[in-house]
Design a protein around this ligand. Structure first.
Ligand code: NAP
Length: 247
């Protein structure tokens, strides 16, 4: 039997990249999957079709993370469709880079709204409809732990904030057997960070392990492990998958 048989999941930012891979992987492991997107409706529907190809239910929901109400409504819609949410993956994120002179207060606010506030809003809403033993996993970044170059102050701050929030929520929700963890990808081949981009060789040069980008599927595999019953003892943790860039 697939390890997530009978489970339901909500993945934010599931239309592309890491989130799409997570949605597909959770479905392959047996879960029904709802996914949100900001604007890529067609790609979100394609991922939903891939979920259904695994014999699972799927639901694609437009919900911009900058709007807290939209995020809470997306959780409510997924819960209404599936009856519960066992697994919440806060994946949607944006990356705005620059020096302090280049970055604006709007960049700061937008990054915090999408990468941090929306995760809290989703967790707050999902915790209401999550059975005991549920799973909350947020996608952080290896840049939350170590910042190896210039221009990443706001993004790194947002991902570091997820660590503190994860630890606090692990305490709050632990009595219900709900685990709360953060996964820190390093360089992963997506639209956000293409492996042929201008900074890709520099990123590869930082790696202690194989000097290559991870695939979204490799990140999804780590998320799937944390979502599985086998990971009940893992909570308040940050797992890095970065080919050793932070070693
Ligand atoms: P991506 O290819 O740019 O995809 C981003 C996803 O998030 C898309 O589904 C997008 O939806 C959604 N999204 C963006 N802004 C949103 C908003 N305001 N509201 C709702 N959804 C929104 O990015 P990715 O590389 O897969 O990144 C996924 C996560 O991993 C992010 O949290 C990112 O910070 C993190 N991460 C990535 C890397 C990397 O190297 N790629 C490394 C470390 C951490 P639309 O398609 O509708 O725009």
């Amino acid at each position: 039997m697939a390890s997530l048989q009978g489970k339901t999941a909500l993945v934010t930012g599931g239309s592309r990249g890491i989130g799409a891979a997570i949605a597909r992987r959770l479905a392959a492991d047996g879960a029904d999957v709802a996914l949100t997107y900001a604007s890529s409706e067609q790609q979100a529907e394609q991922v939903a079709a891939q979920v259904r190809a695994h014999g699972r239910q799927a639901l694609a929901i437009r919900a911009d993370n900058t709007d807290p109400k939209a995020v809470a409504d997306a959780v409510a819609r997924a819960a209404a469709q599936f009856g519960k949410i066992d697994i919440l993956v806060n994946n949607a994120g944006i990356f705005r880079a620059g020096s302090p002179a280049e970055l604006t207060v709007d960049d700061f606010d937008a990054t915090m709204a999408v990468n941090v506030r929306a995760a809290f809003v989703a967790i707050k809403a999902a915790a209401e409809v999550m059975p005991d033993g549920g799973r909350i996993i947020s996608i952080g970044s290896s840049l939350a732990v170590r910042v190896p170059g210039q221009g990443m102050s706001i993004y790194s701050a947002s991902k570091a904030a997820l660590v503190g929030m994860t630890q606090g929520l692990a305490r709050d929700l632990g009595p219900r057997g709900i685990t709360v963890n953060v996964v820190h990808p390093g360089s992963t081949a997506t639209d956000m960070n293409p492996p042929d981009g201008p900074h890709a060789d520099w990123q590869r040069s930082l790696m202690a392990g194989q000097q290559r980008y991870a695939s979204p599927d490799e990140v999804a595999a780590v998320v799937a492990l944390l979502a599985s019953p086998e990971a009940q003892a893992v909570t308040g943790a940050a797992w890095t998958i970065d080919n050793g860039a932070n070693a």
